[in-house]
Design a protein around this ligand. Sequence first.
Ligand code: DAH
Length: 346
Amino acid sequence: MTELRELERALSAVEAEARSAVEAAARPEELEALRLRYLGKKGRLTALKREVGRLPAELRPEFGRMVNRASAAIEAMLASRLEALARDETARRLEAERLDVTFPGRPWPRGHLHPVYQVWEAIEAIFVAMGFDVAEGPQVEWDDYNFVALNIPKDHPARDMQQSFYVAGEMLLRTQTSPVQIRYMRARCPELPIRMIAPGRVFRRDDDATHSPMFHQVEGLVVDRGISLGDLKGCLDLFAREMFGAAARTRFRPSYFPFTEPSAEVDVSCTVCGGTGCRTCGYSGWLEILGAGMVHPQVLANGGYDPEEVTGFAFGMGIERIAMLRYGVDDLRLFFGNDLRFLEQF
Ligand code: DAH
């Protein structure tokens, strides 16, 4: 009996020691070390368990129950301390990362369309109101569409005006949006009328104050029975007034393009001086805005149409050029410099 009492006291002592050690533990790793110290193979409680041999057989079951109870008690202390530590940690983190969902958000900088695209959209809106369809063509184009089908064969001098970026043999970055004329006609023929504009990027080996290696054009094409030069003039007159104001006038000068006959260069009365002459217009009163003409019979035929039956007009304008006139910008490269001090003015 005395041995049992002695062992019981020893058990209580170990349990009490474990309790204060567990209470003092500040981190989960310390609790793991304490588990080993008391319950591990070489632990304090495990060592006491072996003392069972000192007891007579009839007392051993009781001692067994006492050891199990102490072991369970220490397990429970470890578990509840671990839980308390986890709770403290969560509370600490919540405090550190406290989030006020009613706090106003950071203002997100609001951008706007690039001036070139603002003008692109304005041009589109004017022609859509006149009943034009908006078409697109690829930026990487066949030599055939970009030149040959537009009456510019391989050795034609007009190619010199459009120094090209060739991608491979017969493919290039298109130098103009005019190839969309061919693509559009071939896709629609024999549909009539054709009334389309094709805005998009074009590329040339040019780089100075009025030329950039990448710029934007809007192509226009109308094909139907009985289309005349008068229709072309009326259409571009209306465009000029919508774009530059009711006082804007146009002037057609004879010119040459391989894909139109006759061809014209179209000027608009100077947007700065109104036509009296100033530095912007070189004291001429006029600013050149686009090329145009009556579609060449061969081009109509290349599109699949019978030039004996239909006629058409076409035009092509540079979007940057229109934007420069509209906003009074004197260097085209400013549009592509990505200088916010410039861009934020539009
Ligand atoms: N493609 C010509 C150029 O890039 C512009 C042009 C002129 C287009 C006359 C036309 C046109 O459709 O009829 O210089």
